[in-house]
Design a protein around this ligand. Structure first.
Ligand code: HDE
Length: 728
């Protein structure tokens, strides 16, 4: 018998998901222009007037419809994560994970699950720069056969706070200050550090945010983390704890802080453009999904609490198993319809995955639907194409603003006899979601478990795990941020917190700020206590931890085996030696890099053998901060022009300052000699030498190319940074 719901007419049933996820197909270029009621428009250039030079008429329904729509074209931006970029893709599991989870999309290696991923910064407005020092959102919607599963994570595995009730305070503190609405997309101001200096539970996260993780080279080169501990449940009902990870196949890489600030001015869309261009050119970004699985019985095995989102599970304790691959392979058709309107929610879950009692996670379960109601204007946001599941939806929800579904018949309640009691509830064997029956036997209480009170061990572990250059970057970042803080007492209090993490770190920052590290940090360190709480009970303390340093936490240990999609600048002018240019260009491109020729003027240059070589940018539109490395090909006239071009010399100095690989044909040595860093060339330098540390000069272009490729794969030569500061 045809059920009530089977006869519901929804767009969902009319369009299959492939068409739906490819965007709105109604925008055909061969159609006539029409009003929203379907009336063909004869004149879209002139409003209706009383006479050629007369007043406009209110009667002009075409003008009114157009302008009214325009007036309503903005929706509230996300209160956090407003600035974002998205892409479509697919996910495939490598091998069935059925032993730990009954989630269908994780059990069948032949299944390709469509996904939409949105990356974001947290603090800035929708139009703010991509390169702000900030956490990055990494939100993935899996359109599975069992409904949508959203993994709404970040590029940092821990969070600032332990309990959702502090989230509005955190966000108010980091957002622009309310009187002046400054600064935009930046945490370097008094209110943020005031709050942080009073909230030692943020110490671990602060170490991450002050590290280079907060200024990624690309969304494609970031890790992702589910942050909270979730639960897997298998078909037998056996549960385990799980932490989710995304591991980028291109490795984890960042830019220098000076570079981030310059990119913010020259191309605030840097990450968005990078993602878009990579997908357009077929260089599909890829991540492996990793899981750390912890048996239920190990819940209390560790010296941190699995429910505390300010802690991670060191990979030395529980290794990350890589269980599948995410590939982003299609750009959105329409930014607003897809990237802006996508609505993620931690509560979008499928059988086989469940929550834990992490108090941060629990608060998020409320927040996301609530925010979509405001942002997307009502309860029917799940009917927006990008949010629709690929399976038809049947339930008794009706009406509301912007309802798309045309439900048929009289029955919109359950139980019912008039509709044969459909839509029917699904048995667990039919995929019905059942919550893991965790035993809870407790008093209602506003309290925090003492197992959450160690705020410094993992902050120390993170700092200890960093390479020297990474430690320097953290010190520099803290010195910068606290240097922007105007209230000296906040700086001092923050130094107290830093001294609990690492005395050396605190004294280095104190040196830069020229203030003293407080001998005894102000007590109680933790000011986040209830009105009737005894401060003595709320002091944070440090456990003896099993793991004091972890390899996975340092970006120095990331994969460095490829130059795929790396952007390399060639600085050249008329008279360039074609062989010197094309030998290196061909080798780099064969290894997957993208080469762009930059010259004093656009369009093309003429090589010494009269060959015409295309030019992608002039020095006006290019800057070294957009490239991963730079090469100066040979050719007497070309080298003379480049040497005399101040922008080109600046380009090289800046690339060197940002620790990038720099290469030159020995016949262009005069260009290198015009740079600031030429004084660092060894005295016994001969023009046939191939130098180390990412500076490569030689007269055999093939050999230069080989060494250059190895150097670019290293990403950066950070050790060059401190002893060799470059004024650029
Ligand atoms: Fe979010 N967060 N969040 N968050 N969050 C939002 O939802 C919130 C937290 C994260 O690309 C909002 O749709 C609360 C942790 C991402 O559309 C809002 C708490 C993590 C995105 C919200 C947190 C995240 C959001 C704003 C503390 C990492 C962007 C717009 C309990 C695991 C998703 C929206 C996208 C967005 C609330 C903490 C990640 C207001 C209350 C921890 C990636 O609902």
């Amino acid at each position: 018998m045809a059920t009530e719901k089977d006869s519901d007419k929804t767009q969902q049933q009319e369009n299959d998901k492939t068409t739906q996820l490819s965007g709105n197909t109604s925008d055909s270029t061969n159609e006539l222009m029409k009003t929203n009621t379907g009336l063909p428009i004869n004149d879209d250039q002139n409003s209706l007037k009383a006479g050629e030079r007369g007043p406009s008429l209110l009667e002009d329904f075409i003008l009114r419809e157009k302008i009214t729509h325009f007036d309503h074209e903005r929706i509230p931006e996300r209160v956090v994560h407003a600035r974002g970029s998205g892409a479509h893709g697919v996910f495939k599991v490598y091998e069935s994970m059925a032993s730990v989870t009954k989630a269908h999309f994780l059990s069948d290696p032949s299944l390709e699950t469509p996904v939409f991923v949105r990356f974001s910064t947290v603090a800035g407005s929708r139009g703010s720069t991509d390169l702000a020092r900030d956490v990055r959102g990494f939100a993935v919607k899996f359109y599975t056969q069992e409904g949508n599963f959203d993994l709404v994570g970040n590029n940092i595995p821990v969070f600032f706070i332990q309990d959702a009730i502090k989230f509005p305070d955190l966000v108010h503190a980091v957002k622009p200050e309310p009187d002046s609405e400054m600064p935009q997309a930046a945490s370097a101001h008094d209110t943020f550090w005031d709050f942080i200096s009073l909230m030692p539970e943020s110490a671990h996260m602060i170490m991450w945010v002050m590290s280079d993780r907060a200024i990624p080279r690309s969304y494609r080169m970031m890790e992702g983390f589910g942050v909270h501990t979730f639960r897997f449940v298998n078909a037998e009902g056996v549960a385990s704890f799980v932490k989710f990870h995304w591991k980028p196949l291109l490795g984890v890489h960042s830019v220098a802080w000076d570079e981030a600030q310059k990119i913010s001015g020259k191309d605030p869309d840097y990450h968005r453009r990078d993602l878009w261009d990579a997908i357009e050119s077929g260089n599909f970004p890829e991540w492996e999904l990793g899981v750390q699985i912890i048996p239920e019985e190990d819940e209390f095995k560790y010296d941190f609490d699995l429910l505390d989102s300010t802690k991670l599970v060191p990979e030395e304790l529980v290794p990350v198993q890589r269980i599948g691959k995410l590939t982003l392979n299609r750009n959105p058709d329409n930014f607003f319809a897809e990237t802006e309107q996508i609505a993620y929610h931690l509560g979008h879950i499928v059988p086989g995955i469940d929550f834990t009692n992490d108090p941060l996670l629990q608060g998020r379960l409320f927040s996301y639907t609530d925010t979509q109601l405001l942002r997307l204007g009502g309860p029917n946001f799940q009917e927006i194409p990008i949010n629709r599941p690929i399976v038809p939806v049947h339930n008794n929800q009706r009406d509301g603003f912007m309802r798309q579904t045309i439900n048929r018949g009289k029955v919109s309640y359950s139980p019912n006899s008039l509709g044969d009691n459909y839509p029917a509830q699904a048995k667990a064997s039919e995929g019905g979601y059942t919550t893991y029956p965790e035993r809870i036997d407790a008093r209602k209480i506003r309290a925090r478990s003492k197992s959450f009170f160690d705020h410094f061990s993992q902050a120390k572990m993170f700092f200890n795990s960093q390479a020297d250059f990474e430690k320097n970057h953290i010190i520099d970042a803290l010195s910068f941020e606290l240097g922007k803080v105007k209230t000296v007492a906040i700086r001092e209090r923050m130094l107290g917190i830093l001294s609990m993490i690492d005395k050396g770190l605190a004294s280095e920052v104190a040196f830069a700020l020229r203030i003293h590290v407080p001998q005894d940090p102000e007590l109680p360190v933790n000011h986040s206590i209830p009105a009737d709480g005894d401060p003595a009970d709320y002091d944070s303390f440090t456990f003896e931890t099993a793991i004091t340093s972890s390899e996975a936490l340092s970006m120095a240990n990331t994969v460095k085996d490829s130059i795929k999609t790396r952007k390399i600048a060639f600085l050249a002018a008329d008279g360039v030696d074609e062989k010197s240019l094309t030998t290196v260009k061909d080798a780099l491109e064969a290894a997957g890099a993208v080469v762009e020729v930059i010259a004093p003027r656009l369009n093309y240059i003429i090589a010494s053998n009269d060959a015409q070589i295309p030019v992608q940018h002039s020095f006006l539109t290019a800057a070294s901060v957009f490239y991963d490395a730079v090469y100066v090909p040979g050719g007497t006239n070309s080298a003379a022009t480049i040497e005399a071009e101040a922008d080109a010399v600046h380009f090289l100095n800046e690339a060197f300052k940002h620790c990038k690989a720099v290469a030159a044909d020995a016949n262009a040595l005069q260009v290198i000699e015009a740079t600031y860093f030429s004084r660092m060339l060894p005295s016994e330098f001969s023009d046939k030498a191939i130098l180390q540390e990412g500076l490569i000069i030689g007269d055999d272009p093939a050999l230069v190319a080989d060494k250059f490729i190895l150097a670019i794969a290293q990403h950066r030569f950070w050790d060059r940074e401190k002893p060799r500061k470059i004024p650029a």
